[in-house]
Design a protein. Structure first.
Lengths: 248, 140
């Protein structure tokens, strides 16, 4: 059984016809299910827990990266399968997963190519893609070692790969990047930094992110969490529907 | 003179410690490691280690193969080949199967090379053997 979560942006007039086309296609494929509309005031986890009681085993996020992130965080460790139909701007994760757009996304759901991937967790919040912070934050891996920057740096932690950062969501590690701050202007290294100031990267399993007062961590571009925060990998935690052209 | 230790795109490098980063403690990796910054404590990798020209390591180092162009203050144990470039500075004991040392490299410490089964002669026995060979050659 399927449960669909529509992002609030799909209430706009311009999405009415595309949504109708998608819904017709899903009905033709036998993938119809109950629809819930997300908004800022309701936690999607409430919908999902109700859906689990009804026997739903697949949850589909219809919207953009933020929609998928909210659904993934709500699913967490419930063992459900997650799918996606991308709509609107800010849809980078769908490209990484190899999910097409429009009718191609429906066909991807029907093919039901499922992969188990790692899920990141920061404190009690699950994240699918990445964390970013532009404050002076240091990493401490248990009682083993600590990493701190000697200059102004940005710390980014990735679970999914991007065009610039490599990561493997099936290797049991998160990839931590420490990048010199102000490094890029239109893709080129700025004059203030030496060309030898390269980014550092290393695989991590569980670290504490520690920073000064007011240090904030942006999770999946959606939620801000204050440092210090514990970040860890949950290996093979999430079942997700992917396409053949995925980047991992 | 020395070939690139890794492919130029460094796709095999699993860990890169950049020039503006300091690592303190016991750092253990299962893949290739490149150090361009500062490491204090212990550095262990099951694969290859590359120490850049600007790197400063104050640690005990363990690796399968190592290419050193920077500074290492501590003992190094390399199971395979240890390459020291002209800018390398090692202050500590080194143990490796093979050592390749460029002119200008600095190594201040004990150096142990070769297979584990071949035990080095004690200093007095080696000197006696050299003296005996000299006398034998000079008698002729």
């Amino acid at each position: 059984m399927y449960q669909y979560f529509y992002d609030a942006l799909l209430a706009e007039e311009k999405y009415a016809r595309p949504i109708t086309i998608i819904e017709n296609r899903l009905a033709d494929l036998g993938l119809q299910g109950r629809v819930s509309r997300l908004n800022l005031f309701r936690d999607p986890r409430e919908f999902i827990l109700e859906a689990v009681k009804r026997g739903v085993d697949t949850v589909v996020a219809v919207g953009n990266d933020e929609t998928l992130s909210r659904v993934v965080n709500a699913v967490g460790d419930l063992g459900l399968t997650v799918g996606m139909i991308p709509f609107g701007p800010k849809n980078e994760i769908s490209k990484i997963l190899g999910v097409g757009e429009g009718l191609a996304a429906c066909d991807c759901l029907a093919n039901r190519l499922i992969q188990k991937i790692d899920l990141g967790k920061i404190n009690d919040f699950y994240f699918l893609s990445h964390l970013k912070t532009n404050s002076a934050v240091s990493l401490r891996q248990g009682g083993e070692y600590s990493v701190r920057s000697l200059g102004k740096n940005e710390v980014e932690i990735y679970n999914l790969p991007t065009a610039e950062e490599r990561a493997n969501p099936q290797d049991g590690y998160l990839e931590a990047y420490i990048k010199p701050a102000g490094r890029k202007i239109f893709g080129k290294i700025s004059g203030k930094n030496s060309p030898r100031d390269v980014s550092s990267y290393f695989p991590i399993r569980k670290v504490m992110l520690e920073g000064g007062k007011g240090a904030e961590i942006l999770v999946d571009g959606l939620k801000k969490i204050n440092a210090p925060a514990e970040v860890q990998i949950m290996p093979n935690q999430l079942r997700i529907i992917v396409g053949k052209n995925r980047l991992f | 003179m020395f070939k690139e230790f890794y492919p130029k795109d460094q796709t095999d490098v699993e860990t890169l410690i950049g020039s503006s980063v300091k690592v303190e403690g016991d750092f253990v990796s299962k893949g290739n490691v490149t150090v361009e910054g500062v490491v204090c404590g212990t550095l262990k990798t099951e694969k290859d280690l590359k120490v850049g020209a600007g790197a400063k390591i104050s640690a005990s180092v363990f690796a399968t193969n190592a290419y050193v162009a920077g500074e290492v203050r501590g003992n190094m144990k390399v199971n395979g080949k240890l390459e020291l470039t002209d800018t390398s500075r090692i202050y500590g004991d080194v143990e490796a199967k093979t050592v390749v040392m460029a002119a200008g490299a600095v190594l201040n410490g004990k150096c142990t090379m070769g297979h584990d089964t071949v035990l080095p002669l004690p200093p007095t026995a080696a000197a006696d053997a050299a003296l005996a060979a000299y006398k034998k050659n000079n008698k002729k």
